[in-house]
Design a protein around this ligand. Structure first.
Ligand code: CUA
Length: 225
């Protein structure tokens, strides 16, 4: 989860989030180079005395500063497309979790395992234990095995919600009447926090998501309990 003074992205807990961070850094690097170049050009234009009274057009330079930015954009477009298809790829999932957005809580169904289903409400501040995270902890956490492909099916019962977990690079809208799909692979154990990120009403801020990433044998123990 995000802690104090963390202005960047959260540490990744999945290969897809790692790729998203690489792409973010790549795009930011290009952005910085463009900003520095344009800033330098503007600065120099303000403080020089060169005047060409007979300058009407310059075909060559116009060609250069039209085609060059187009080529630079390709360096963002192709990695972006690669990432898009990478995120969309479903790779033989071993567990499927169905998550349904409600105003204002999430409910979950493990359809593979005897149809286990439960609601997941935020723990209110006055009921929070001393080691709990305010506005972020829930009464019933999702438990999922690490090191396995996990498929998430997202939908909603009333209005549009969004099932979002930054550390896993997952963000899928839950839309009434539709079933959206995504997948992820958790490469370490831990607690991964997320929040609804589609403005869904008065208590939009109060429907967090918590995943317990555990080793597979722990997961089997939990699911058979
Ligand atoms: Cu559900 Cu915002």
């Amino acid at each position: 989860m995000s802690t104090w003074a963390n202005l960047g992205l959260q540490d990744s807990a999945s290969p897809l989030m790692e790729q998203l961070i690489f792409f973010h850094d790549h795009a930011l690097l290009i952005l910085v180079m463009i900003t520095v170049l344009v800033g330098y050009l503007m600065f120099m234009l303000f403080f020089n005395n060169y005047v060409n009274r007979f300058l009407l057009h310059g075909q060559l330079i116009e060609m250069i500063w039209t085609i060059l930015p187009a080529i630079i954009l390709l360096f963002i477009a192709f990695p972006s497309l690669r990432l898009l298809y990478l995120l969309d790829e479903i790779n033989e999932p071993s567990v499927t979790l169905k998550s349904i957005g409600h105003q204002w809580y999430w409910s979950y169904e493990y359809s593979d395992f005897n149809n286990i289903e439960f609601d997941s409400y935020m723990i209110p501040t006055n009921e929070l234990s001393t080691d709990g995270f305010r506005l972020l902890d829930v009464d019933n956490r999702i438990v999922l095995p690490m090191n396995s492909q996990i498929r998430i099916l997202v939908t909603a019962a009333d209005v549009i919600h969004s099932w979002t977990i930054p550390a896993l690079g997952v963000k899928v809208d839950g839309t009434p009447g539709r079933l959206n799909q995504t997948n992820f692979f958790m490469n370490r154990p831990g607690l991964f926090y997320g929040q609804c990120s589609e403005i869904c009403g008065a208590n939009h801020s109060f429907m967090p998501i918590v995943i317990e990433s555990v080793p597979t044998n722990y997961f089997i123990k939990w699911i058979s309990n």
